[in-house]
Design a protein around this ligand. Structure first.
Ligand code: GDP
Length: 365
């Protein structure tokens, strides 16, 4: 019988004969054209010409975890480096709801109007877990996402913060080589990611809100200390006065901080991302900062320091990966962990044992 379910045992169940699948209308539809494989030089040439498709593909290589992709990506980055660096890199942080995407949309449209080219990148090490806050998501920046002079790229998929941040930093280099003269790096104002963003930008903007009555609470002192500019959003309608009041509270609070190494005194401004008020003033502030720090040599000094920082970060990340993926470590890890948990050996002995199994064959003699 074609359908055993129609047998008497299966009372109350009747399976009708189905229909066969409709044939493919276009038999060639399934056959995709193979994606063109570019050589490193072709990648670099495309990027330098500002070809967005090629730029996106190169960023995908940077974000990949496959070894052969990473090698190719490194080759591309190295060739792009001499063409990078000519941009203002701006970090933007603020708690969810502060108005980051609305503001980036407004700043971005303002900057494009001035003839600039803008890349919007993001660091959100939690994005895979939380799914909700996929920073840099195109749909959050409605106007900007339709513009050809804006390149919007969401945060690389979740991983270690160091890994995610490295990928974003390398993407900055590719974007600059492609002619983007302004780079925004967005992050959410909670946790450690601000430090990572701070270590790759020239100017750090903190978006704040007024109206809760306890403006200065809940903001980590460290984040305020990193800010080169604090901007109070939603200074519109009934909220205008509250925003001005919050601004003066922030100004007072900033006086208590030690002067920044740059010699720049952070400014506090009010604006409305939604109604596009006060945007020019924010851009002027950033312009003033870059002129001031370029003049004093600090701009260049900070970029050098950042390069040094990232050199060590890269070494640390590579060592960590090499350690945890080493077969000798993998072989003893589970058992060593068990022994620590059952107090058979101390953490130090356990760590030493694992390190020895890693270093064993690398030690001379
Ligand atoms: P994000 O989570 O930091 O990216 O914040 P959004 O840009 O998504 O903004 C959160 C909410 O605040 C949205 O409902 C926006 O419409 C609103 N919003 C953003 N900027 C302003 C502003 O300048 N004024 C007012 N009144 N509302 C704003």
């Amino acid at each position: 019988m074609e359908h055993p379910e129609n047998d008497e045992h299966y009372k109350g169940l009747k399976v009708n004969k189905g229909v066969s699948a409709v044939p493919n209308v276009n038999p060639y539809l399934k056959k995709r054209l193979p994606r063109k494989e570019y050589t490193p030089s072709e990648f670099v040439e495309g990027i330098l010409q500002g070809n967005i498709t090629i730029l996106s593909q190169a960023v995908t290589l940077v974000e990949s975890s496959k070894q052969e992709h990473l090698q190719l990506a490194q080759e591309i980055i190295e060739k792009c480096l001499p063409h990078a660096g000519n941009s203002v890199r701006i970090g933007i942080t603020g708690v969810p709801g502060a108005g980051k995407s609305t503001s980036i949309d407004a700043f971005g449209m303002y900057l494009l109007g001035k003839g600039r080219k803008l890349a919007v990148l993001a660091i959100d090490p939690s994005s895979e877990r939380s799914k909700g806050s996929i920073l840099g998501d195109k749909t959050r920046m409605e106007e900007l996402s339709r513009e050809k002079n804006a390149f919007i790229r969401p945060s690389p998929a979740a991983g270690s913060l160091g890994g995610v941040a490295r990928k974003t930093r390398e993407t900055i280099i590719l974007c600059e080589a492609a002619g983007f003269d302004t780079v925004f790096v967005e992050t959410v104002g909670v946790g450690q990611s601000e430090t990572a963003v701070h270590s790759m930008v020239d100017f750090f903007l903190l978006i704040q809100l007024a109206g809760t009555g306890d403006e200065l609470q809940g903001i980590k002192r460290g984040i305020m200390e990193m800010a080169d500019g604090i901007i109070i959003n939603k200074a519109d309608g009934d909220n205008l006065e509250k925003a001005r009041l919050a601004a003066s509270q922030f100004r007072n609070a900033l006086h208590l901080f030690p002067p920044a190494e740059s010699g720049w005194a952070p400014k506090v401004l009010t604006y409305s991302g939604y109604y596009k008020l006060g945007i020019r003033e924010i851009w002027d502030m950033i312009g003033e900062f870059t002129a001031y720090t370029k003049d004093s040599g600090y701009f260049h000094h900070k970029r050098n320091e950042q390069s040094k920082y990232w050199m060590y970060e890269s070494i640390n990340e590579a060592l960590r990966n090499a350690f945890y993926n080493h077969p000798a470590v993998v072989a003893v890890r589970e058992e060593t962990e068990r022994q620590v948990l059952s107090s058979e050996i101390s953490s130090f002995v356990a760590a030493k044992r694992m390190l020895d199994s890693f270093l064993g064959e690398k030690r001379p003699g």
